[in-house]
Design a protein around this ligand. Structure first.
Ligand SMILES: Nc1nc2c(c(=O)[nH]1)N[C@H]1C(S)=C(S)[C@@H](COP(=O)(O)O)O[C@H]1N2
Ligand SMILES: [Mo]
Length: 215
């Protein structure tokens, strides 16, 4: 996706939010696709799909930041005005083309909580109590990386990470933590759930990868 298209989508999001569309009642940007694509798998490393109550849900921020804050879901929806149209790649081989995401650019979110100079990694914890992954500061600020609240103009599906999931379009899906409820900045990183099994921290998608490459 070109920067121009991203800037256009963000400007359009601003316009729609100015009309009040960012409230909890009607948070979706009106011009998104309306049909949620079916993903081949809805992973749950923890063995269950957390059922999160939107009224009591909180996103906590902690660690090496100047403005630690706790966000409610309406507060996150007010910030949710970035759109990404991206193909989703699981490292096991399946992809979903052109998924329409809406969320908060992680670079903008980081501006809100103000990382300290000593922060080197951003870790994302899941409400499932098990799953975790992380990005370097540069990776976290890269264009396209968002905290997604919506897919196809609707809140995320429960099994798809409702109400908040990370989306790192440059990397394999295991970096895109679902049910995010805590973001921690630190000088070191926790070992990620997949990285424990030998998968890369820097999980950039290999263009043209095929299973033939493994033979
Ligand atoms: N909390 C949590 N996040 C997760 C996972 C998981 O098991 N638990 N699986 C990851 C993997 S390997 C992939 S490919 C994507 C899959 O997204 P989906 O379950 O919405 O299809 O979620 C990622 N985020
Ligand atoms: Mo995956």
């Amino acid at each position: 996706m070109s920067i121009n298209r991203r800037e256009f989508l963000r400007a359009a999001g601003d316009l729609i939010l100015a009309t009040g569309a960012g409230s909890l009642a009607y948070p979706a940007l009106a011009w998104a696709d309306t049909k949620i694509p079916v993903f081949p798998e809805y992973y749950t490393y923890a063995g269950f799909y957390p059922k999160i109550n939107p009224d009591t849900y909180r996103l906590e921020t902690a660690g090496l930041i100047n403005k630690p804050q706790i966000f409610t879901l309406p507060e996150l929806y007010q910030l949710s005005k970035d759109r990404e149209i991206e193909t989703f790649h699981c490292v096991t081989g399946w992809i979903v083309n052109n998924v329409h995401w809406q969320g908060i650019a992680l670079s903008h979110f980081l501006e809100q909580i103000q990382p300290q100079a000593s922060a080197r990694y951003v870790a994302f914890y899941s409400a499932d109590g098990v799953y975790v992954d992380s990005l370097s500061m540069d990776q976290a600020r890269a264009p396209g990386v968002i905290l997604a609240t919506h897919i196809s103009g609707q809140p995320l599906l429960r099994k798809g990470g409702y109400p908040l999931r990370l989306l790192v379009p440059q990397m394999y899906g295991y970096k895109s933590v679902k049910w995010v409820n805590k973001i921690v900045l630190d000088s070191t990183r926790p070992q990620g759930t997949w990285e424990k099994d030998g998968y890369a921290n820097n999980a950039y998608i290999k263009k043209g990868f095929s299973f033939m490459d493994l033979l």
